[in-house]
Write a protein that binds this ligand. Structure first.
Ligand code: AMP
Length: 429
């Protein structure tokens, strides 16, 4: 056992998994950039106060924050999510609205590590600040939906709810408080602690002893003002217009105290219920103000990479992409020829690798096979003398004899181009 290993909940993402991660981020970027979203890259670390605004009834703030005092006596934290950072950035830079941004990258939460739950984990997400329109809610939800579709996932369920206007929500919270107070004896100890802070969050409990009390709790629908009801209806109609199926789930409340109106969650149909949330989001007000900005409407979502990839594995979609090189150069004359040929091929845009340490022909050919390249370009002393190189297709149809051939050294690029076209055709035939 080596002296040092990754700390609990932290991982090295190695190839080929890392290529899958990168492609996940690239697919997400292409979906949202095509809808006018620009990338924001907030810092990994912020003033602790930025994240305290997420709400002190959330586990993220009370238990999971990686906070510490830095050498300048500042109380800072590694970001547990990115919505608060986006709102802080909006307040700091005052961009034109609507401000449509997306992000992608790691967050940190001190959680108990388990399958699909880590202390450093990646999310992708979008936020729109400064617009209040039910069709924006539809756009945001539709982009999440489209992303899953682009990954190839089929078994994703969209759950939808509205928390109403702030006054509706306040009246509802009061009714819930009374109801849960009356029934607190039947709640788990954890839920009683949550109840003291925020009765809405009790609805979030996935602990089975709480289920019966939650099932009989008052429902938000009875508290909607006419505007909230109209907004919610327009969101539903918009999703129907886009043929996006959804289920209304009145227990779906988001952790943030600032959430209002639309909330939603994407669930993976193949995952266990305790952690089937692939991602979620909603509309929020007041977060920008709490960070010192003007009153600003916001909506967004965050999607977890790990669970989404678990869902992809379950559905057999979105495998790690093939990142093999096109060409592997084998040089038995000491390595300088390989240096030149590799540089020439890379200059022309071919992904090219080579062997080092002047190994035997056999060892270099083995490395060529292992590299996954389609072609080997081989040079030995005979070839140097004759001004040629050997081209050898590496992925020949099974049973076919090796069909390597000599080409003049100065026709390398055009010959290799033709050979690659042929090899790709054969590989995909
Ligand atoms: P949240 O920001 O808590 O709403 O989480 C949004 C999504 O991020 C979840 O649905 C998960 O897919 C993912 N997520 C949250 N926490 C973790 C974690 N500790 N490890 C891996 N993924 C996470």
């Amino acid at each position: 056992m080596p002296e040092f290993q990754t700390s609990p909940g932290m991982r090295d993402i190695l190839p080929p998994d890392s290529a899958r991660w990168r492609r996940f981020q690239a697919v997400f970027a292409s979906v949202v950039e095509a809808a006018g979203y620009g990338e924001i890259m907030p810092p990994l670390m912020e003033d602790l106060g930025v994240f305290m605004r997420i709400g002190d009834a959330t586990d993220v703030v009370t238990k999971e924050m990686y906070d510490f005092v830095d050498k300048g006596e500042r109380r800072v934290a590694l970001r547990p999510e990115q919505t608060a950072s986006v709102c802080r950035a909006f307040t700091q830079h005052r961009p034109l609205t609507p401000w449509k941004v997306y992000y992608s990258g790691p967050n940190f939460r001190y959680e108990k590590p388990q399958r699909g739950r880590y202390r450093q984990f990646d999310q992708v997400g979008i936020e729109v600040l400064g617009a209040d329109d039910p069709y924006l809610d539809v756009e945001v939800i539709a982009l999440g939906w489209e992303f899953y579709r682009r990954l190839g996932l089929r078994r994703v369920d969209l759950l939808l709810n509205s928390l109403g206007e702030p006054e509706d929500r306040a009246a509802y919270v009061e009714a819930l408080q009374t109801y849960f107070d009356d029934n607190s004896g039947a709640l788990t100890a954890q839920s009683r602690v949550t109840l003291a802070k925020n009765p809405l969050r009790v609805l979030d409990s996935k602990r089975s002893p709480d289920a019966a009390v939650i099932a009989a709790a008052p429902r938000i629908g009875a508290f909607y003002s006419p505007q909230a009801a109209a907004h919610f209806e327009q969101v539903q109609n918009g999703l129907t217009d886009l043929s996006i199926p959804f289920t209304i789930d009145t227990t779906l409340v988001r952790g943030l105290d600032y959430y209002r109106r639309t909330t939603f969650e994407f669930q993976g149909g193949t995952l266990e219920s305790a952690q089937n949330a692939l991602g979620g989001g909603g509309r929020y007000d007041g977060l920008v103000e709490s960070l010192g900005g003007p009153p600003t409407h916001g909506i967004g979502f965050a999607l977890g990479l790990d669970r989404t990839l678990l869902a992809c594995d379950d559905e057999g979609v979105f495998a790690a992409p093939d990142t093999s090189v096109d060409i592997f150069v084998v040089d038995t004359t000491g390595g300088r020829e390989a240096l030149r040929i590799t540089a020439e091929l890379r200059d022309c845009g071919f992904a090219t690798d080579r062997a080092f340490e002047n190994r035997s022909m056999k060892a270099q050919m083995k490395a060529a096979d292992r590299s996954g390249a389609l072609l080997a370009v081989i040079i030995g002393s005979n070839e140097v003398e004759a001004g040629t190189v050997v081209v050898r297709p590496l992925r020949q149809p099974i049973g076919e004899a090796a069909r390597q051939y000599d080409i003049p050294r100065d026709t390398l690029v055009s010959e290799v181009t033709q050979a690659l076209v042929k090899a790709v055709r054969e590989a995909s035939a």
